[in-house]
Design a protein around this ligand. Structure first.
Ligand code: G3P
Ligand code: MG
Length: 364
């Protein structure tokens, strides 16, 4: 380890290791910070016995808001400034699909119009929501009544030029950006599209193999929120969509796609972001020090199936020459003490502060 002078201060900065954090169940639970998280961030920012700063980024499967809004929330929760340059959420990589699907897409999940707005800032040109479809045809989901606010926010699909009926609209892809706020009606609408003739609304395929692709921003069946027990997440909705599709089509299989952890592509995206962040914030260039890449990335997570599985897979893929990805599992979220995690971390610790201390001690 050779400490480097930081870009914007006189502190030394670690040049061959860094941290990446999961958010829910590690730093935050039910919107409130996990107590040790604030201290852990201070340690990384130089309040440690070596007086060094350690670069770090955040990698959450959560979403539902723009990256800048999520960073503002996290800054407040952790009492420090979190920049967009060190943040990736579940739907961040969906940005890259906006040029491929430049027609109409369905965006599902999140509060009110938030996900539509995020999708539009990602470059999607025509973002339709389940609310728009329900506004055009309330019988789509018999038990779902849009509130007056939802009705006025939803767009009038039928008053578009050239659109006389819903079947004039073709959905090119479905994106589940964030957790559904009404599983029943969202499930109905996703399945209607999956079983349509090539994505054309209100049509039914005879073969059930011509629906548009369906993307989920992650695959977490469970996650850690305010309740003492884990809660159902987007991965559960994904399973329901696939199971009910099969059940209602005489056994046809539906293939859907998930972003987020544990996909190795998500970790590769994170490594590129970390490299950029280290350069911009700390003036560090990859390849400095003894190890290649960014040395060691300590990934701190609470969910073996996404955090630990993904980190270990990334480490294996990087091989001996690339960045070492070192998984640390905490006990403050999905993983329950005393149980056997399905994917084994390099280190099991109590909380995020223990994780930070473990990583720093292993390096120094
Ligand atoms: O919906 C969010 C949740 O599934 C996981 O968030 O921060 O633990 O990856 P996180
Ligand atoms: Mg988590």
């Amino acid at each position: 380890f050779t400490p480097m002078a930081d870009q914007d201060s006189n502190d030394d900065v670690a040049d061959n290791f860094a941290f990446a954090f999961d958010i829910d169940g590690v730093l935050v639970r039910g919107g409130k910070p996990i107590p040790e998280a604030i201290e852990a961030m201070k340690v990384l920012n130089g309040e440690n016995e070596y007086g060094i700063k350690v670069p770090y980024i955040f990698l959450t499967n959560g979403g539902g808001k723009s990256e800048s809004e999520r960073c503002a929330d996290l800054s407040q929760q952790l009492e420090l400034e979190v920049s967009e340059g060190q943040f990736i959420c579940g739907h961040t990589p969906m940005r890259e699909l906006s040029s491929r699907y430049s027609g109409s897409v369905l965006v599902v999940g999140g509060e009110g119009e938030k996900c539509r707005q995020v999708a539009e800032t990602y470059g999607f040109r025509d973002v339709i929501t389940p609310g728009d479809i329900l506004k055009a045809n309330a019988s789509t989901a018999p038990f779902r009544k849009l509130t007056p606010a939802e009705l006025s926010a939803s767009r009038d699909l039928l008053s578009r030029p050239g659109v006389g009926k819903l079947s004039d609209i073709v959905i090119e892809a479905v994106f589940v950006f964030a957790d559904s706020r009404d599983w029943a009606s969202d499930l109905q609408i996703i399945l209607d599209i999956a079983q349509s003739k090539g994505g054309r609304l209100e049509t039914r395929s005879e073969t059930f193999d011509e629906g548009p692709p369906i993307f989920f921003s992650h695959n977490d069946v469970l996650w850690s929120a305010a309740h003492e027990h884990v809660r159902l997440g987007m991965g559960a909705l994904r399973k329901i969509v696939e199971t009910v599709f099969e059940e209602t089509t005489g056994g046809k299989k539906l293939t859907t796609y998930a972003f987020g952890k544990p996909q190795v592509g998500t970790f590769e995206f994170a490594e590129r972001l970390l490299q950029k962040w280290r350069a911009e914030k700390h003036g560090l260039v990859a390849g400095r020090g003894e190890k290649r890449g960014v040395g060691t990335v300590y990934f701190v997570g609470d969910t073996p199936e996404s955090d630990i599985r993904g980190t270990n897979a990334m480490d294996e893929k990087s091989g001996r020459e690339g960045t070492e990805w070192y998984s640390i599992l905490v006990k403050t979220g999905v993983y329950q003490e005393g149980t056997e995690p399905r994917f084994k971390p390099r280190k099991l610790v109590g909380n995020v502060l223990d994780a930070v201390n473990h990583g720093i001690r292993r390096e120094m």
